[in-house]
Ligand binder design. Structure first.
Ligand SMILES: Nc1ncnc2c1ncn2[C@@H]1O[C@H](COP(=O)(O)OP(=O)(O)OP(=O)(O)O)[C@@H](O)[C@H]1O
Ligand SMILES: [Mg+2]
Length: 492
């Protein structure tokens, strides 16, 4: 076996997270690791790579008992880790990020800039990514940053590559590129651990699957010998029924209307959302959906266009103006904008005082606690105390905290940018149910999503953007996967 982990246990403080996990990885296989948010997937891989130390249990790499003291050692031993949380440095260029810590120098110690640039371009081209590698990484979208992280791992000539939710921010085309690279690596004998909440991907790509539940490895199957339903059952320990909860829409007056909006990377955008309506925004990555919403919300400048609330024009220059007008915006960049990682869950959730919601009144601590506890429970955030810092939550649970934070502002218009990214099947359904409830209470919801089944399953209408412009609008009954893709790609 390439990797063999036996009886791994790990507690953080008094909280046991792994309670005896077995995991093995053969040469030349793609092995899926699945489990609910907080099940311990990332932690297990962090133990393998020396980020954390196991409390007990054994690890063998190529049949030799091994313990890496730190991630650097694991990397040198040929184990590359594409982390769930992006680690791109925004003030370095794309090429500098790719070569961070292993810069090419000539014998005088001078950086070989030209060569690094060329290699960086080549490596990205293998992933079908074409971009200026001398631009600052801060200009990249989350999806592009993810592609850089993947390229970076591929450049190490690793024999084991751990991919922790690599496709969460990628479009279909990028996913295709990643899969063909992964398949080619497998043919060369490279082993891949593939962590994802997307069942379809796992059944397409992986050879075996190991399911974790609550810090215990429940099962390992050959992918051809198991089913979608069996895996869900093993993951959540119960049946979850329909993937998209049903709802009978009761749609009212238009709350938000945007007319002829233009700004950086979006041009002449017109759309509206009505009370009680869930409106999907579809399109390829880079189509300008996030940029439009950032312009509308006052994060970026809107050069032209009108925003109307209840038919009246409003001026939104800053996010504060937007929040004051009852607009909430859950961004796709949880780490950059959504969450204060060092602050407690309580502080994060009740912060939507986010500049003024408490309107100067002092929030009583007991109220604040009740408020936070309420959301932690209704969203079933896996946590042990509301005083723990947000960064100690698993990725999917962090996403739920960001959502809770916005729900706390009681918005009339809620813009959700990839709300279920990195969220497990059960929790996804909880988020959908909350969206439906909000809609029933009359909230106007905009959902940007790159997950087509999700767009089709949840939206009353779907707007499709392409290259910064609106390319069409489909009602629920008109919308199909093909119809959306045609509008998104311009009919190829
Ligand atoms: N540094 C830490 N300190 C305290 N608790 C932690 C720390 N890292 C992880 N945990 C806890 O360990 C549990 C497992 O987390 P982990 O990140 O491994 O989950 P996961 O299976 O990767 O979930 P997700 O699908 O959401 O990414 C969670 O309850 C998390 O809160
Ligand atoms: Mg994780």
């Amino acid at each position: 076996m390439r990797i063999q982990m036996n009886g791994i246990t790990k507690a953080f403080g008094a909280v046991p997270v792994l309670k005896g996990v077995d995991f093995e990885l053969a040469p030349g296989e793609i092995h899926a690791l699945m489990g609910e948010n907080g099940a311990g997937k990332s932690t297990l891989m962090k133990i393998l790579t020396g980020v954390h130390e196991a409390d007990s249990g054994g690890i063998q790499v190529d049949d030799v008992e091994t313990r890496y003291a730190n991630p650097k050692q694991a990397e040198e031993a040929g184990i590359a880790f594409i982390h769930q949380e992006l680690n791109i440095l925004p003030d370095l260029t794309v090429a500098e990020n790719l070569y961070l810590g292993r810069e090419l120098k000539n014998r005088f110690g001078v950086l070989k800039q030209g060569e690094m640039k060329r290699h960086a371009e080549q490596q990205l081209a293998e992933l079908n990514v074409f971009m200026d590698v001398e631009q600052l990484a801060r200009n990249l979208s989350v999806g592009q940053q993810q592609m850089i992280e993947i390229a970076k791992a591929l450049m190490t000539d690793a024999k084991v590559i751990i991919m922790d939710e690599p496709t969460a921010a990628l479009t279909e085309r990028e996913i295709r590129a990643l899969f063909s690279v992964a398949t080619a690596l497998r043919a060369q004998g490279v082993s891949i651990v593939y962590i994802s909440h997307r069942m379809e991907e796992i059944f397409e790509l992986c050879d075996r699957i190991t399911v974790l539940r609550d810090g215990v490895s429940v099962s390992t199957h050959d992918i051809t010998e198991t089913t979608f339903e069996q895996i869900v059952r093993e993951m959540v320990g119960r049946e979850i029924g329909e993937r998209y909860p049903g709802r009978t829409p009761r749609i009212g007056e238009t709350i938000l209307a945007v007319e002829g909006a233009s700004g950086k990377d979006f041009e002449d955008i017109t759309f509206e959302v009505r009370a009680g309506e869930i409106v999907g925004f579809s399109g390829l990555m880079g189509a300008g959906r996030t940029e439009t919403m950032r312009g509308l919300f006052g994060v970026d400048r809107m050069k032209q266009g009108k925003v109307l609330l209840d038919g009246k024009p409003v001026k939104i220059k800053t996010p504060y103006d937007a929040i004051k007008n009852g607009i909430g915006f859950l961004t796709e960049d949880r780490k950059g904008e959504g969450l204060f990682l060092d602050f407690s869950l309580r502080e994060n959730i009740s912060m939507p005082a986010l500049g003024g919601l408490s309107k100067g009144s002092v929030i009583k601590e007991s109220e604040e606690k009740r408020f936070a506890q309420n959301y932690l429970e209704s969203l079933q955030v896996r946590h042990h105390s509301m005083e723990q810092p947000a960064k100690s939550l698993s990725g999917g649970n962090q996403q739920k905290v960001v959502l809770a934070k916005w729900l706390g502002t009681k918005p009339r218009v809620l813009i959700l940018d990839e709300p279920t990214r990195g969220v497990d099947v059960g929790a996804k359904k909880e988020i959908y149910t909350i969206m439906n409830q909000l809609a029933e209470e009359g909230v106007a919801i905009v959902m940007i999503s790159s997950d087509l089944p999700e767009v089709l399953g949840m939206s009353d209408r779907v707007y499709v953007m392409r290259e910064g412009r609106m390319s069409g609008m489909l009602t629920r009954s008109e919308a199909t996967q093909e119809g959306i893709m045609t509008l998104a790609t311009g009919g190829q």
